[in-house]
Write a protein that binds this ligand. Structure first.
Ligand SMILES: [Zn+2]
Ligand SMILES: [Zn+2]
Length: 419
C-alpha cells in the first residue's frame, strides 16, 4: 500500500494561544479554524509544505482530545497517512492482524474517509488513515427534478489522464492534494453524460464509447464495466428514445459514444437522434492539428455527417425549451457549456470548463486547453455569476462529485455537493 504523510495532529489546550507559536513565532501560514462538531474539536490547519500540522482544541471536556489533554497534557496526538483506497488498506491490515480502532472507514472533514489504527500496533503512535476523495463514485443514474425538466446524471464509467496535463501550470505538490495520482501519474476522472427530459429527450455528451483499442484502454486506464448502455437502461432509457444528442465539444471522452461499430461499419449510436454540434468545433475536429489530434478521432463524428443526422449550430442558441448553449472557448476554440433553466433555477453542464471540483480556482486550468487565457477570462466571470445566481453545476469528470453549488465564504470558494 502507498501511504503518504498527510499531517501531524497536535492536541492543544487553547488554539489562539498555540498560534502565538506556530503562526507568529514561526511565521507559518495558517488556514481559518474549522469546527468539527462530530469530534467536538476546533481544528486549525498549519501549512507546512506537503504535510501539514493540525492543531486540535477540544470544545467539550469529554471529547477524545479533551481527555487526551487532561491525561497527558498537550502534545503530539496522531499522525495521518493518506492512502488511495482506505477499504483495501484496512483489509490488508486486518489480514496482517494489525489492531484497528475502526474496522470500517467513517466520514472525516471535506468528504474524506478516515479510520484509526490502534497505537499499540503502531509503536505508541495513534495512526489515522485517510482517503481524501471518498470513492463513493457511483455509476448509478442520479435523478434531479428541475422544474418542468428532469435531469438524470448518467455514467460511462471512468478513465485516467495525466495529472500534470489536467492541472496545467499548477505544481504537482498542490494538485496531488486534491487528486491523488496512480503509479503512472494519472488521475481518475468520471465520464458523466447528462440526460435531459423536457419537451424532448436529449443526451449531452456520451462518454468514450466502445471503440477504443486495447492500447488506448491501457493508456487511459478505462474502467467501463458499467458503461453508458448500463446507465441508460438503469435510467429506464433506450438509445432509440433519444431525440437529440448535444455535444459540448468533440474530444474523445465526450464524443466517443456518439457512434458505434456494427460488423465493421460505424453508425450513429442513437438511431433516431439528431446530433447537434457547434459548426466551429466540427470543423476543427475534422481538421485537427499536431497538438489537438491526440483527442480528436474522426470515427466519433464523421459517420454522423455521412448518415445525415448532423445539425451544425453557428452561435449561442436555444436547443429546446429551457436548454441553451453558450460558447466558452479556451479549452477548444468552440467549446460550449449548456445552461438548463426551469422553474426559476439554472443548472449548468460545465463540461471541460470546470471538469472537476478541484478546478475551482481560476488558474487551475488544463494543460490541454488551446487558449488558456480565454478559459481564464470566461471562467473568472462565470464563477462570479454561478455564485451570485446559485447555479447547480454538473461536473462531467469529477470522480466523486456529480453536482454541486459553488459557494463563497470569507473570500474562500468551495463546492457544496448535492447528495
Ligand atoms: Zn475536452
Ligand atoms: Zn473532457
Amino acid at each position: 500500500m502507498k501511504a503518504v504523510l498527510d499531517h501531524v495532529g497536535i492536541a492543544v489546550r487553547n488554539l489562539d494561544e498555540s498560534l502565538a507559536f506556530f503562526r507568529d513565532a514561526l511565521g507559518i501560514e495558517v488556514d481559518a479554524p474549522e469546527d468539527v462538531a462530530s469530534q467536538q474539536v476546533r481544528a486549525q490547519f498549519v501549512r507546512t509544505g506537503q504535510a501539514g500540522l493540525e492543531l486540535l482544541e477540544s470544545t467539550t471536556s469529554d471529547s477524545a482530545i479533551g481527555r487526551f489533554v487532561e491525561r497527558r497534557g498537550p502534545g503530539l496526538h496522531h499522525i495521518t497517512l493518506r492512502v488511495e483506497d482506505i477499504r483495501s488498506a484496512l483489509s490488508e491490515l486486518r489480514q496482517r492482524h494489525v489492531k484497528l480502532i475502526d474496522d470500517e472507514p467513517r466520514p472525516g472533514a471535506e468528504g474524506a474517509l478516515v479510520a484509526f489504527i490502534h497505537p499499540t500496533a503502531a509503536h505508541g503512535v495513534l495512526v489515522e488513515l485517510k482517503q481524501t476523495v471518498a470513492m463513493t463514485a457511483s455509476v448509478e443514474p442520479i435523478r434531479i427534478p428541475f422544474g418542468d425538466i428532469e435531469l438524470t446524471v448518467l455514467s460511462d464509467g471512468f478513465f485516467y489522464l495525466d495529472g500534470g496535463a489536467m492541472f496545467g501550470v499548477i505544481p504537482k505538490t498542490f494538485w496531488e492534494q486534491k487528486a491523488q495520482p496512480d503509479d503512472r501519474n494519472r488521475i481518475r476522472m468520471a465520464m458523466r453524460p447528462l440526460l435531459v427530459r423536457g419537451a424532448r429527450t436529449m443526451i449531452i455528451d456520451a462518454g468514450a464509447g466502445d471503440k477504443m483499442t486495447p492500447k488506448q484502454v491501457d493508456i487511459y486506464r478505462l474502467e467501463r464495466d458499467r458503461n453508458l448502455d448500463y446507465s441508460l437502461e438503469a435510467a429506464g432509457m433506450t438509445p432509440d428514445a433519444i431525440d437529440i444528442v448535444l455535444a459540448s465539444h468533440l474530444h474523445f471522452d465526450h464524443a466517443g459514444g456518439f457512434t458505434a461499430s456494427a460488423r465493421g461499419t460505424l453508425r450513429p449510436r442513437f438511431p433516431r437522434a439528431q446530433y447537434i454540434i457547434r459548426r466551429g468545433e466540427f470543423d476543427d475536429a475534422m481538421n485537427p492539428n499536431e497538438r489537438t489530434k491526440g483527442s480528436y478521432f474522426l470515427d466519433n463524428y464523421k459517420p454522423l455527417a455521412d448518415a445525415g443526422v448532423l445539425q451544425l449550430v453557428d452561435s449561442d442558441s436555444t436547443i429546446m425549451p429551457g436548454v441553451r448553449v453558450r460558447r466558452t472557448g479556451g479549452h477548444t476554440m468552440h467549446h460550449q457549456i449548456v445552461m438548463i433553466e426551469s422553474g426559476g433555477k439554472t443548472a449548468v453542464f460545465a463540461a471541460d470548463l470546470l471538469p472537476t471540483s478541484a478546478h475551482l480556482p481560476e488558474v487551475w486550468i488544463m494543460g490541454y486547453d488551446v487558449l488558456p487565457l480565454d478559459t481564464l477570462a470566461f471562467k473568472r466571470a462565470f464563477l462570479r455569476e454561478a455564485i451570485e445566481r446559485e447555479y447547480l453545476i454538473l461536473f462531467e469528470h469529477d470522480p466523486n462529485i456529480a453536482a454541486g453549488y459553488i459557494r463563497e465564504r470569507d473570500g474562500k470558494r468551495y463546492v457544496e455537493p448535492v447528495a
